[in-house]
Design a protein around this ligand. Structure first.
Ligand code: GDP
Length: 143
């Protein structure tokens, strides 16, 4: 198994509903370590840049408007198979299809307002981490 890092965001609905602690509890209980974190209110341009790969999707405009609608908290998670583990903890994009016990299955309101973002591959994780954090912002956890 590989020690990996992944980019996670508690989205505006998650912050608004006071779910930061609940989401962090799930990361920590699953053995993922938070090695960088930052609260920010994304501009529309920042949200568009982050989701540039979805530019052609029909929901791009709604998604970027929603992601810039309120504060988010962005974090880097580190652990064995962190990318897949975080995706497992989040569950399916659509909360109606997400398993019970997952972040989206338990806490999300809709396919758009689905509480959390997580990188979908190790390659994208590197790109997404670099979008928000400089190398010096990340604090490797040795114990
Ligand atoms: P993820 O990797 O599970 O987050 O899913 P995607 O990469 O496919 O989509 C990115 C984000 O766009 C999702 O987490 C949702 O917030 C939003 N999204 C996905 N599908 C839809 C949709 O059909 N309609 C709307 N309004 N938003 C969507």
């Amino acid at each position: 198994m590989a020690l990996e890092r992944t980019l996670s965001i508690v989205k505006p609905d998650g912050v608004q509903k006071n779910l930061i602690g609940e989401v962090y509890r799930r990361f920590e209980q699953a053995g993922l370590k938070i090695v960088a974190a930052r609260m920010m209110h994304l501009s529309l341009a920042q949200a568009e840049g982050f989701y540039a790969v979805h530019r052609e999707r029909p929901f791009f405009k709604d998604l970027t408007k929603y992601m810039s609608s309120g504060p988010v908290i962005v974090q880097v998670l580190e652990g064995e198979n962190a990318v897949a583990k975080n995706r497992e903890l989040m569950g399916a994009t659509d909360p109606k299809k997400a398993d019970k016990g997952t972040i989206r299955g338990d806490l999300a309101a809709s396919i758009e307002e689905n509480v959390a973002h997580g990188s979908d591959s190790a390659e994208n994780a590197k790109i997404e981490i670099a979008y928000f954090f400089a190398a010096a912002d990340i604090c490797p956890r040795t114990r």
